[in-house]
Ligand binder design. Structure first.
Ligand SMILES: [Zn+2]
Ligand SMILES: [Zn+2]
Length: 266
């Protein structure tokens, strides 16, 4: 049986200006170059199924956290022909506010989540500001309600969600962070999410300041590269270079939505 191939879309919904020293644990005060963050959700589109990866945050959360919402997530999905109410499968890479918000957007979806992430987001680690500040208690509570409503599919480690789509627990950034490997016409693309915020993190072995376990994070870089068909097939979670390197989904979505299943243009 041949493995089906999927299209993958990176959909930018928000951005944040930042200097480089804000993006590394071991930064030097002299790293003052601009290093802004883009915020993405991703869509995996096959002949038979659509998976949305992460749910982003809304305008209210953008205001609360001082981020700039550039295109609401539902608008991005609509631009590629996906109605948010029709989505049946959402993969949550981890439960940070920028990956797990927009509570009302996917009423008909099953949420795919690692056991370890739910344990982390509801357990003793959340007593500590350094570990809890990137989570929103309301997002976590909403996920607990989805558990009781039968809307969460838990995963433990590596699991296949559909032919050609697997999730892999890497931990590191959060306890239960999972990446997503997808078969495309150019081979296996791996959506790293916050397993590597920027290309620079995995390329240099450095760490983003929000961190659960440094050893797992570093090991995760090696796993990302091993899972992908080449190093260029690994897609970081917050790097503006993604939109520069990959072709736009359409003229209208240039600088906003890119196709990751196509070869990079730069
Ligand atoms: Zn995160
Ligand atoms: Zn993030």
């Amino acid at each position: 049986m041949t493995v089906p191939v999927y299209e993958i879309y990176a959909i930018k919904y928000a951005e944040l200006q930042r200097k480089a020293f804000g993006n590394f644990v071991d930064s030097d005060v002299h790293e003052t170059s601009d290093m802004p963050l883009d915020y993405f959700v991703w869509a995996i589109v096959g002949d038979e199924r659509v998976f949305v990866v992460d749910t982003g945050f809304d305008g209210e959360m953008a205001k609360k956290r001082g981020r700039t919402l550039v295109h609401p997530v539902d608008e991005g999905l609509e631009a590629i022909g996906i109605g948010h109410r029709d989505v049946r499968d959402v993969i949550i890479t981890h439960m940070h506010y920028d990956h797990c918000g927009n509570a009302a957007l996917f009423p008909n979806a099953i949420f795919h989540l690692q056991d370890a992430e739910m344990e982390y987001a509801t357990g003793r680690s959340m007593c500590h500001h350094h570990l809890n500040h990137a989570f929103e208690a309301d997002d976590v509570a909403r996920m607990v309600k989805r558990v009781f409503a039968g809307q969460v599919q838990f995963h433990d480690g590596t699991e296949e969600l559909a032919p050609g789509i697997t999730v892999h627990r890497l931990g590191g950034h959060t306890k239960g962070l999972q990446c997503v490997r997808v078969m495309t016409r150019r081979g296996y693309v791996v959506l790293a999410s916050d397993a590597s915020h920027f290309y620079a993190h995995m390329e240099t072995g450095r760490a983003f300041p929000v961190l659960y376990n440094l050893a797992e994070l570093i090991e995760g870089y090696a796993t990302l590269y091993r899972l992908a068909s080449s190093k260029a097939h690994v897609i970081p979670g917050h790097d503006p270079l993604v939109l520069a390197r990959y072709p736009a989904a359409s003229e209208r979505t240039s600088g906003w939505i890119a196709r990751l299943d196509l070869d990079p243009i730069t």
